[in-house]
Write a protein that binds this ligand. Sequence first.
Ligand code: SAH
Length: 399
Amino acid sequence: MSNEIVLTLKTDFAEKFKNGYPLISKESISDWSRVPSEGSILKLFDEKKNFIAKGYHGIQNKGYGWVLSTKEDEIIDITLFKNKISSAIKYREDFYQDDKTTAFRVFNGEGDGVGGLTIDYFDGYYLLTWYSIGIYEFREEILEALKLTVEYKGIYQKKRFDSKGMYLNENDDFLYGQKAPEPLIVKENGANFAIYLDDGAMVGVFLDQREVRKTIRDKYAKGKSALNTFSYTGVFSVFAALGGATQTTSVDLAKRSRPKTQEQFTINSIDLDKQSIIVEDVFDYFKYAVRKKLSFDIVIVDPPSFARSKKRTFSANKDYVKLLKEVITITSKNGLIVASTNSANFSMMTFRDFIKTAFKELRVKYKVEESFSLPKDFKVLNECKESDYLKVVFIRRFG
Ligand code: SAH
């Protein structure tokens, strides 16, 4: 049984939680009298001692915990987690039915009622990701709830928190059932992806870009050349090629990106001869492209929020305008830029301002064709829109 701690909310915050806001911050509480251990149950009351919500303590970025229930008598147990997982699955029924897409998110943290936990589905295999020690303390209940709710081939997990050596005998990502083949081949809108469930922090594909990939393939790629920067395993290039791009170029500084990208092309029967895969810092590649007077009809730019390489540090917040200016320079006239960021530090409005500034400084005209945020399976609460971190804008360059 977890430790229970009674805490008082500051007035403004009590109102927010009553309306369904899920994130417990340090500032929202007026009496952190006892320092709770991660995984403790927090019972939140307003200053008049009315019950408001209960949740757990887990340190994740700037957050201190997440609300799990607004019912005073509800117990945080297997039944609670089972109910939340069942509703999450119901919400994604159409994904389970769709045989052209066999990889999607089943449970999206606070969007599905448990901040700090995500569950992804890969053709019968489930991957849980734990974002704090606090939520990991509930792993037995949550895993039991999942096993009672779904049929599975196998269950895997990733820990996305600094475990400070606490769980030494649990270094394996594989938990139950059968092990998945390596690679595990899944489908996305008819295309194939090679997924590795037990090979480091990431599995090979970011599922939140599904609609963006489809849009590139179905609406923009035909007959065009495409440059994919920060290409990782190259799956944007794969979709461009499947949509009829004449040629693709993928640039990433990680050495592994070359074999990984080749593999994604090969399992989609795409001729590697027309695809160029370059292992290099994109900022060096931009210089090279300018020197060689290269330009591309489509340039995809999806950098990490923050990256440090030997030569430089990149932060989306500070450097996106500079990055876009480089991109605009090597985009053909009337070409398309797909500008993306997963940075939670700024809003879509700010991102649109970055775009405006970059084009203005280069005196180039543009038009926004369309934009994307998280897809349906990455469920976000209306009360917590800031959880929607994804911003993708399709920009037409004029002149
Ligand atoms: N766009 C990809 C995901 C990008 S992940 C997709 O949708 O699949 C971020 C990638 O950026 C990583 O593969 C990392 O190796 C690469 N990266 C980070 N800094 C870089 C730099 N300066 N130049 C080239 N690649 C970089």
